[in-house]
Ligand binder design. Sequence first.
Ligand code: GLN
Length: 493
Amino acid sequence: MKIYEQTAANLSKLLQNKEVSSVEVVQSFLDRIELIEPYLKSFITHTPAMALDMASTVDNRRAGGEKLHPLAGVPIAIKDNISTRGLRTTCASRILENYIPPYDATVVETLKQVGMPLLGKTNMDEFAMGSSTENSAFYPSRNPWNLERVPGGSSGGSAVAVSSGMAPLALGSDTGGSIRQPASLCGLTGLRPTYGRVSRYGLIAFASSLDQIGTISLTALDSAMLMNVISGYDLLDSTTLSEPVPDYTIFLDEGIKKLKVGVIKENVSEDFDPEVTAAVMKNIALLKESGAEVDEVSLPLTDYGLGAYYLIAPSEASSNLGRYDGVRYGFNAGGESIDDMFSATRGRGFGPEVKRRIMIGTYALSAGYFDAYYLQAMKVRTMIRREYEAAFKRFDILVGATTPTPAFKIDEKIDDPLQMYLSDICNITDSLAGVPSLSIPSGISSGGLPMGMQLTASPLKEGLLLKVAGFLERERGHLPLRPKVKLPEGGEV
Ligand code: GLN
C-alpha cells in the first residue's frame, strides 16, 4: 500500500515505529497533489516547502530520541478561512485575495506545536457561504468520486483533499453543515464539535454564534486523534468551554449495548433519495441487532430551522463583514470619495452570494424589521434548542441522513439559491442548537457515489458519536475509504 493511501492513525504508527520518516510521508502526499490536483482544485495555496521543513524538524527531533505527539509528522490541509501567520488566507474571496494574517489561529498554533506539517490552504465557498464550493471566487473544486459532481461545501476543498489522498486529515469549519455535508458527499467522516469545544480564535468570522472548526478524516479514529489536538479552553476565545478534554480515542473500542438511538423522522424523509434513506436504515438495523434500543423521534421544528438559520446567519454575516471596507483589510478598489471607494471595493471584492447575505442580514436587522425577522428567528432558535433537550432526555444519540441526495452536478443548483440552501436541511438545526454532530459514510449509491449518515448527541458528547462511528466501522467493515480518481483523458489513479 502506498503511503498516501494510509489513514492518519496508520501513518502515526509507521512514524512512531520509524518505518517511514515524516519527510517521506509529506513527499508522498506532495507527489499525489502534483498528479491529481490539476483536475480536482482542492487547494488555494500550496505550502510544500513549509511542509517539508516541518517534516524534517520532526524527523530530527525523533532521531534525537524526543517523545513526540502521536500526530507529529502527520501532515494536514487547512481550510482557507483559518488564519495562518505570514501565509495568505483568502476565505476564497477577492476581497482577501492578498491578505496575509499577522497571527496564527489557535488551532494552527497547536498543530505547529504538535509538529503537523501543513500541506496547504483549501478551497471553499466564499466566506464559507454555500454548499458546493462553487461560490469560491477562484474556481470550483471537483468531487473525486465523479469529477462532474460537486464535493459539497463550504469546506469542499478540505473534503476533496482527504478523499483523493492529497492529505490524510483536514480542518474545516461548519456554520450550518459545511463540514458534515461535504464529508457526506465525499464519503468521509466529518465532525462538527459542540459550540465552544474548539477555539474560533483566528477563524475568519461568518456567523459567530454558529461557526465551529472541526475535523475531516477517513475514519472515526483519525477524527478522535485530531480532536485531541484541537479541543479545549482558549484564553483568546471567550466562548470556549473550560470542561476538561477527554482522550477521544478511548471511546472507539466501546460497545453500544443499551444505547438509546432516536431516528429523526424528518431526516429520513420520503422526499429524500430512497437510496440515501435505505442506507441509513441499514446502519440503524445493525445498531439494533447489536443491542441498541431504537425508536423514532419527530423534531417538528426542523421545518423552521432553515428559515431561522437564513435570517440569523446572514444577520451576523452582515455585521462581521462590515470590516471589509478597503481600508483595514485586503483589496482596495480606489475611488474619488470615501463612499465611492467603499462601494467599489465591496462591489468588486465580494461575490454574488456574499452580497445577497449582506443584504438579507442588513434588512433583517434594520429598525422596523428587527422584531419581525431577527428576533423571531432567535425565538425559533431557542425553541429548537429546547426540542433537542427534550429529545436527549429520551435518547443518547439522534440519527438520520446527512444530505437528502448524493453529490449533485456542478452548475445544477448555482442559479437557484433556495435549492442550494435546501441541501443543508438535515444539518442546520444541530448548528442552531449548538450540539455536536458527526457525518459518517453510510453506503455507496447505485450511481457509485458515497452517501452519509448524521449522528447527533447532547453538548460535549463527541466521544459518544465517535464510539458509534467506530462501532459501525468495525461491524460492517470500512466502506471503500477512497475512490480511484478517473481522469478526463482516460485512466484512473
Ligand atoms: N451551506 C450553509 C450556508 O451556506 C452552511 C455553510 C457553513 O456551514 N459554513 O450558510
